[in-house]
Unconditional design. Structure first.
Length: 718
């Protein structure tokens, strides 16, 4: 439990909407809810018992115009008859209905309404009482004419099917006729298993039919748009296998069904013979819309494992919606309907807060999502605020606003999904582009390595033809090429989206070293002939480019291989201090050391270097290669430099068996191997001999360092 609370605190902190803003929004909604409740209860106010004045009919009579004429009486026993109601009215038991809009909250009483009328027409006129309600569990409407005759207009109970309605329209309406200047009284009694509001109005028959046709056209256009969005969502779900499209389709479809049910279209077209289910259907349809919207928000915002409080709140909405449907089997559905309405009213605010929290740092992903839920929240707030403020919005305007907002919201939510996938697609394209560039770069490097390996094979052939010099060069190249291949293999297997600049610089230094040696040595190997000439020219050009990229300094080549390209000479310097020699050694042997399980440590040194850097590196690379081979797996190799009398001494230490004085002299002979240390290690016994000759040619000394444990060699005088 403590861990969950900790995650809640952490999830609600870093990425959440500022708490004051969230608290302010919730407070506003709470005040509006309290105002709505007060406004609903205001319709049930007792008021002073009084006889109301008749409503003069000279045209359309809106709900607001009924104020002052409409009165009501509540019957908790639901047994009062029309004669009893007439007697109660004569006794002054009916109370005026404030605002002319009957709304008594969630009660089960039988509600009696009395509306006295007076025709202002000089001719006989047919009128329609439009209740603007799709269904009541019990509803009777009768008119008491001036002569005392009572005409029954509507008589329905909770088992009355759609065909029993006097007018086959989506909402309950009653038609009656008044003689010129006739006075009459409309008597309406009803009880509800849900809301008790009845924003009724009176219209001439022709006006009612025109209004009904226009409203039906708008309503069915809305159903069609929402159905199309739901179908497109299902198609997208089938193509992409993404659950968010299924949730979107479920939300759009259930919301369209819920609005159609409130309009009365479902009772008219889908279940006309199931009046009891029709009186219950608003609960499961509303709960389904709430649950589907919560699942959509959860999937779109990827709340799972991201913001615990958002995830728990969304799952709580789903669980609460399912629980209300299940509880309807044992609880009063009227209470559950009021609860589900409250939850559905609060849900858009929660979704908006969740979107604002998720949008921090990724507004482009949630911009359409926020637009959709902001529109729903704003319209809901405006309509809710109109009730406690006493503002009377026409029912048609309210329903048209609801339809427009829900269509806009559904379009924004669908656009949000499409926009999200377009952004993911663009990000995927960018990643592929980077990977392709990295692959192309790796292929280019691989091609260069292939050319170097081909030149190495040519050098081996030249060694057989030109003598020991080329053989020594080939020996010096074997280990660096092996180390470079391991580095490139690690680069290729890493799968990076883009190459690492530091690693690329290291590879370029290694290429510069290898290509410089090959170009210089193959230039001095005329016995190689035409077969290696072209390879040497290519290597020379590549070496010049690679050395420039690595920041090498020095003179231009002094002898061309083939016009117009020039090869760098062997004495081309790699730098002006000891680090220009030490740094490439770490690059060249790092991967090989790691593969052998040997810890290679190269200590930087900025002492000025007077010897030829390339030849110095050739000597040290042989010493480091031997240290790795003979130092033993799991050992350590230390490479560094010391200042001594204006010169630099390079030292290589390892934990291998070392060499005695006699063995040292034997190892300096080209082709000779010391039996005690050879032990299966690769090589031909050329390394130390080659190193000693190169060092002597430069005026340097290759010395053995006597140690109690391990081995050490020094290249002195550089």
């Amino acid at each position: 439990m403590g861990g969950v609370l900790h995650r809640l605190r952490r999830g609600a902190g870093a990425g959440a909407v500022p708490r004051r803003a969230a608290a302010a929004l919730v407070l506003v909604w709470a005040l509006l809810a309290a105002g709505i409740a007060g406004a609903q209860q205001g319709g049930a106010g007792a008021g002073a018992a009084a006889q109301t004045a008749p409503l003069v009919l000279a045209g359309e009579a809106s709900p607001a115009s009924l104020s002052g004429a409409l009165s009501h009486l509540l019957d908790p026993t639901r047994s009062m008859t029309l004669p009893e109601a007439q007697a109660a009215a004569q006794a002054g038991a009916f109370a005026p209905t404030p605002g002319g809009r009957p709304n008594f909250g969630p009660i089960k009483d039988l509600i009696w309404l009395r509306l006295p009328l007076q025709s202002a027409e000089d001719a006989r006129r047919t009128w329609v009482l439009d209740t603007n309600i799709n269904f009541f569990q019990g509803l009777t409407i009768a008119i008491e004419h001036e002569d005392g005759a009572v005409e029954a207009l509507v008589a329905q109970d909770e088992d009355s099917g759609f065909e029993t309605r006097p007018l086959a329209v989506d909402r309950v309406a009653a038609r009656f006729t008044l003689e010129p200047r006739e006075e009459a009284v409309l008597w309406i009694s009803y009880w509800s298993g849900g809301a008790t509001g009845m924003p009724m109005q009176l219209l001439r028959q022709n006006d009612f039919l025109r209004t009904l046709a226009a409203q039906s056209a708008r309503s069915y256009a809305y159903y069609g748009m929402m159905g199309m969005l739901a179908a497109v969502g299902l198609l997208a779900a089938g193509l992409t296998r993404q659950g968010v499209f299924i949730y979107f389709s479920a939300y759009a479809g259930s919301l369209a069904l819920y609005i159609a049910h409130m309009d009365g279209a479902t009772f008219h077209h889908l279940w006309p013979d199931a009046p009891r289910f029709n009186g219950y259907a608003s609960l499961p349809l509303g709960c389904l819309a709430t649950a589907a919207s919560a699942l959509y928000v959860r999937a779109f915002l990827r709340a799972m494992g991201w913001r615990l409080w958002i995830d728990l709140a969304l799952l709580g909405l789903v669980a609460a919606s399912a629980a209300q449907v299940l509880l309807s089997a044992v609880m009063d559905t009227q209470t559950l309907k009021m609860t589900s309405t409250a939850i559905a009213s609060f849900a858009p605010l929660l979704y908006l807060l969740a979107g604002l929290s998720a949008g921090r740092g990724r507004w482009r992903e949630v911009r359409f999502f926020l637009l959709g839920w902001a529109a729903v929240t704003a319209s809901g707030t405006a309509m809710a605020a109109s009730l406690p403020l006493g503002l009377s919005l026409p029912r048609d305007l309210v329903f048209d606003l609801i339809r427009a907002v829900t269509v806009f919201e559904a379009l924004m939510l669908a656009t949000a999904i499409v926009d999200r996938y377009q952004q993911l697609r663009r990000a995927h394209t960018r990643t592929l582009r980077l990977r392709n560039a990295a692959m192309a770069d790796a292929l280019e490097l691989q091609g260069r390595l292939t050319r170097i390996e081909a030149q190495h094979r040519d050098a081996m052939e030249a060694a057989r033809r030109a003598g020991r010099r080329a053989a020594e060069t080939a020996h010096d190249l074997r280990q660096p090429i092996h180390a470079l291949r391991m580095t490139l293999q690690a680069e290729a297997m890493g799968g990076a989206a883009a190459p690492d600049p530091a690693r690329r610089e290291m590879i370029e230094r290694s290429f510069a070293y290898l290509e410089g040696i090959l170009a210089a040595e193959l230039e001095n190997a005329p016995a190689a002939g035409a077969r290696v000439g072209s390879a040497g020219a290519a290597a020379g050009a590549a070496a010049g480019a690679a050395a420039g990229a690595a920041g090498a300094e020095g003179e231009a080549a002094d002898a061309p291989l083939s016009p117009p390209e020039r090869c760098p000479p062997a004495s081309r310097p790699l730098g002006a201090d000891a680090n220009r020699v030490l740094a490439p050694l770490a690059d060249m042997f790092g991967a090989d050391a790691a593969a052998r399980g040997v810890e290679l440590r190269v200590i930087p040194c900025s002492a000025p270097l007077s010897a030829d850097p390339l030849k110095t590196m050739r000597v040290l690379s042989n010493l480091v290669s031997n240290a790795l081979k003979y130092g033993g797996s799991g050992g350590k190799v230390l490479v560094g430099a010391r200042r001594r009398g204006g010169k630099v001494d390079f030292e290589v230490h390892d934990l291998g068996p070392g060499l005695g004085a006699a063995e040292w002299e034997q190892a300096l002979t080209p082709g000779a191997r010391v039996a005690r240390t050879a032990g299966g290690a690769e090589g031909h016994g050329l390394g130390l001999g080659i190193s000693a000759e190169i060092a002597a040619a430069q005026g340097l000394r290759l010395e053995r360092i006597a140690r109690r444990t391990g081995a050490g060699l020094r290249l002195a005088g550089a």
